[in-house]
Design a binder for this molecule. Structure first.
Ligand SMILES: Nc1ncnc2c1ncn2[C@@H]1O[C@H](COP(=O)(O)OP(=O)(O)OP(=O)(O)O)[C@@H](O)[C@H]1O
Ligand SMILES: [Mg+2]
Length: 334
């Protein structure tokens, strides 16, 4: 039987089919019936992983929505690869649970491996095989590979399939890693630093592949050290350090919160006291005739205070997310 749905606009009750776009017969409101919220593609709950006596990840919980690109960002040793290995079911969590597409990453790993494309952080490919042989081997593990898709990816990533993996450069090996992750067109991609070692043009190509995957409704979980990378391609970012999740935020939100940096060059030397306590100022420094100020929100008070001097030059720019990120970390870049 169809569920009953109440139009959110006019409140009339009628029959509907959960999740389908509907137009209300009474008021013409177009929307969807309030079906159950879709389950996240990745669900991590109170996950901890200990190696011997050292805790690599502690009580980490996060959801990755179906169809989003999620960036998992943190410095060396933060726990990114450990989390990813547990998501793939290569390691058993010490505590908590990890689910991908509703399946338990540890006990249902074999089924999941058909549905996940994975680029490991440290690629250990089968060195003595050619790229072609490697893909045939992978097809045996993961099931059918679409030949047209394979040829398309090889051309796009500029991979020579006849080459033995051993003879490839680091970047070209990385491209083979990407090829094998994408080639069976999995609904979930879990990528541990997928662009490490790639030149900027190839990095951009991979970013484009990720955006296309998202446009097809696929989900991407991507680890990286580089904020610029995640800023460019991700919808949301989780920041991890010392095994603890610091924050999860949308890239848009992070950008909105980011302060702007104003730099004035005056004809005379300003005093820092004139600017330090102005509305919105988070940080001010004077060096000779130059004033640098970080400001959140509108710059009215700053500009009026600056007008007390003769201004020779003024520059303003958004502080990039790298700086915002390091503020979270406190104590500067890792
Ligand atoms: N097999 C292991 N045995 C013992 N300790 C480990 C092992 N693998 C990782 N660790 C430790 O767990 C912590 C997290 O490591 P992990 O490899 O997950 O970090 P990461 O965020 O991927 O770092 P990187 O950016 O350098 O790849 C580190 O302190 C690391 O030394
Ligand atoms: Mg790692």
């Amino acid at each position: 039987m169809s569920p009953t749905f109440r139009c959110p606009s006019c409140g009339q009750q009628r029959l509907g089919t959960s999740g389908l776009p509907l137009v209300c017969a009474s008021c013409g409101f177009a929307g969807t019936t309030p079906g159950p919220a879709p389950r996240p593609a990745i669900e991590i709950r109170e996950f901890s992983k200990r190696y011997g006596t050292s805790m690599a990840v502690e009580a980490l919980s996060l959801d990755v929505r179906a169809g989003e690109i999620f960036g998992f960002l943190g410095p060396n040793g933060a726990g990114k690869t450990t989390t990813i290995r547990c998501l793939l079911g290569f390691l058993r969590p010490t505590r908590g649970s990890l689910h991908v597409l509703g399946l338990d990453a540890w006990s249902q790993a074999a089924i999941l491996h058909h549905r996940i494309g994975y680029v490991p952080g440290e690629l250990a490919l089968y060195d003595d095989l050619t790229v072609e042989q490697l893909l045939r081997f992978i097809a045996r593990i993961r099931g059918r590979i679409d030949e047209a898709e394979r040829a398309r990816l090889e051309a796009r990533l500029k991979i020579d399939p006849t080459r033995r993996v051993r003879t490839l450069s680091k970047g070209n090996k990385q491209k083979v890693g990407l090829l094998q992750a994408f080639v069976h067109e999995p609904p979930v991609l879990i990528l541990d630093e997928p662009t490490a070692g790639l030149d900027p043009l190839m990095q951009e190509e991979v970013h484009e592949m990720l955006r296309e995957a998202r446009a097809q409704g696929r989900t991407v979980f991507l680890s990286s050290h580089g904020l610029r990378e995640v800023e460019e391609v991700c919808d949301r970012i989780g920041m991890i350090r010392d095994g603890r999740l610091l924050t999860v935020e949308s890239v848009d939100e992070l950008k909105r919160k980011a302060p702007r940096l104003f730099e004035f060059e005056f004809e005379d030397e300003p005093r820092i006291e004139e600017f330090r306590h102005l509305a919105g100022v988070t940080d001010a420094a004077v060096q000779g005739r130059t004033l640098r100020v970080h400001i959140r929100g509108d710059a009215d008070a700053l500009v009026k205070a600056a007008a007390a001097h003769r201004v020779k030059r003024v520059d303003a720019r958004d502080v990039d997310l790298e700086e915002v990120f390091f503020r979270h970390y406190g104590g500067g870049p890792p």
